[in-house]
Ligand binder design. Structure first.
Ligand code: ADP
Ligand code: MG
Length: 551
């Protein structure tokens, strides 16, 4: 048996680890399962290149709770370690990593922002354990090793009789961390961090009912079997090629990601790039509500299928944080503060790539099926309008497909609007004017009056779109937006828009007297001409001020 001192200058690093990572103890499990996964994938690689001459088989990782013994076991069938390797990787390398972390972040670690995103690796086990054992057998022909450390810089290393290949980590859970001896807590953690990890993870067993054979007797009872309870899907949709997936696969994956979400997503965007950075993922456009604050189901960030966080601020442009789905990239630095992230060149590239992909997808939906796009507009407009306001690049692209609806449910793009009113407003040498209503009911009579004069009226009723109008006015300078109940609306009537009278003067006088008798002139306006030769010969309207007088 070897006794030794872990090679570290900090006298006792464990209290420090505990203290600095206090808010995020639970990540120890993610770290240990990541190590188990790495060990298994490394073995897979070694067997495939012929360096490990063993049968790879179908290795799994197992997590076991021993509540009575106050122990938590994480067992893998990966490449294992020899005693020398334990010395090297656990006693030296891993520790220097932790030391470096503490040196670097002693002060900033209080800024909890960084903590959840930092993998402290193997030593994070000491956040919850008072003693940790490693029993490991290398795939190489060497005896197994047993390492024990009780949280002081001293450790013991001795041979062990373990014969199966792989590593078992045993955590003797500390009294203040008893929650990690609860099945429900561990199960929830596994679901949170490990749901899509690439090696199957077993947590207990479950009963499964076998389907009855075709020729089963009527009163036959279905057979029950006990099977491993595998908590993860090692091949999630985003790791596959888009060409291998059907629309239904994307919907199923959405359900898998958000089991409590019963509404179907409107559409998805599959992200897949490997140069100049590596990123895969699937984003979904859900139906947007106006309430931006209530958003539980967020975009999840993964690194090589390990869940990292659902705070993607700084990585995804803000207007897209309303989307759902998954982003997986090993190229996002996670051990740094958010403000650093925003300045990081790689992250900036990722962010603009995502923006571009989203814009391209929207454009293709618009081009390929305009009718369907119009139907979805109300559910997605918040994101698009917000994006146009906040990201110049997105504005430039979205200008081609952003829609402006009329009060009658027609949808125009900016250019379509422009061409339409240009043909009509011949008196305007500067900006053309489009009328809009912000409230269809309150401005009803104005809308009707404007329509009677031949105008189309837009319905722009969200707070975001009012900012967007300002931006369109200042940046494009082609159309100005005018409220339908603004005073100057009469002056907009085009010059060559002479009123058309279908009635003779005689008929007019006759009609005028007749109408005056039946229609109270303080409540309604009578006009014996129209703007349009197709319209009725006379018009009775009720302007807003008259409507108010009635009340
Ligand atoms: P990292 O995973 O970033 O390398 P860790 O502190 O998590 O750092 O682990 C340190 C090293 O210990 C690993 O690189 C690996 O060599 C070794 N190790 C840890 N866990 C296992 C395991 N389950 N099987 C084999 N080797 C392991
Ligand atoms: Mg690790």
């Amino acid at each position: 048996m070897t006794k030794g001192n872990i090679n570290v200058s900090v006298e006792n690093i464990f209290p420090l680890i505990k203290k600095f990572l206090y808010s995020d103890h639970e990540i120890f499990l993610r770290e240990l399962i990541s190590n188990a996964t790495d060990a298994t994938l490394k073995l897979k690689h070694l067997t495939s290149v012929g360096e490990a001459k063993i049968e790879y088989g179908n290795p799994i990782i197992e997590v076991k709770v021993d509540k009575k013994g106050k122990k938590l076991h994480i067992i893998d069938q990966g490449l294992g370690m020899t005693a020398d390797e334990v010395e090297k990787y656990i006693n030296e390398v891993a520790f220097s990593g932790a030391e470096e972390f503490l040196d670097k972040y002693k002060d900033s670690a209080k800024d909890t922002g960084i903590i959840g995103h930092f993998g402290l690796g193997f030593y994070s086990a000491f956040m919850v354990a008072e003693k940790v054992e490693i029993i490991t057998k290398s795939f190489k022909d060497e005896p197994a090793a047993h390492w024990t450390c009780d949280g002081s810089p001293e450790f013991t290393l001795e041979p062990h009789d373990k014969t199966e290949r792989g590593t078992e980590i045993i955590l003797h859970i500390a009294d203040d961390s008893k929650e990690f001896l609860e099945d429900s807590r561990i199960s929830a953690l596994l679901k949170k961090y490990n749901k899509f990890m690439p090696i199957p993870i077993k947590f207990g067993t479950k009963e499964e009912t076998l389907p009855l054979p075709e020729d089963a007797k009527k009163d036959a009872k279905p057979e029950k079997v006990t099977v491993d309870n595998i908590i993860n899907n090692p091949n999630p949709a985003w790791t596959k090629q888009p060409t291998d997936l059907e629309d239904q696969d994307y919907k199923d994956f959405y359900r898998e990601l958000y089991p409590m979400q019963f509404e179907e997503p409107l559409f998805h965007i599959h992200l897949n790039v490997d140069y100049p950075f590596n990123l895969t993922g699937i984003l979904y456009f859900p139906k947007m509500t106006n309430d931006l604050n209530i958003q539980k189901d967020k975009i999840q960030l993964y690194q090589n299928q390990v869940f990292v966080t659902d705070n993607v601020e700084g990585i995804v442009p803000e207007f897209l944080t309303m989307l759902r789905g998954v982003i997986d990239s090993p190229d996002i630095p996670l051990n740094v503060s958010r403000s650093y992230l925003q300045a990081d060149g790689a992250v900036k590239k990722i962010s603009s790539y995502i923006t571009r992909k989203v814009a391209d997808k929207l454009k293709s939906l618009f081009n390929n099926n305009r009718e369907d796009f119009e139907k979805k507009w109300d559910d997605i407009k918040i994101v698009i309008e917000y994006g146009m306001l906040s990201e110049e690049k997105f504005f430039e692209k979205a200008d081609a497909f952003a829609l402006y609806p009329t009060v009658d449910g027609k949808y125009y793009t900016y250019d379509e609007l422009y061409n339409k009113i240009k043909a009509n407003q011949t008196d305007k040498d500067d900006n053309l004017v489009i009328l809009y209503a912000a409230d269809k009911d309150a401005q009803h009579s104005y809308i009707e009056a404007a329509k009677a004069k031949g105008y189309e009226v837009l319905l722009l009723d969200s707070p975001i779109v009012s900012h967007l109008m300002q931006k369109l006015e200042t940046s494009k300078e082609k159309i100005s937006f005018s409220r339908v109940d603004a005073d100057h609306i009469d002056s907009l009537i085009k010059k060559d828009d002479t009123k058309i009278s279908k009635l003779t003067e005689e008929q007019k006088t006759e009609l005028d007297t007749l109408l005056k008798e039946v229609i109270p002139s303080e409540k309604f306006m009578v006009q014996l001409e129209s703007m349009d030769s197709d319209a009725a010969p006379f018009m009775i309207t009720q302007p807003e001020f008259m409507r108010r007088m009635k009340e």
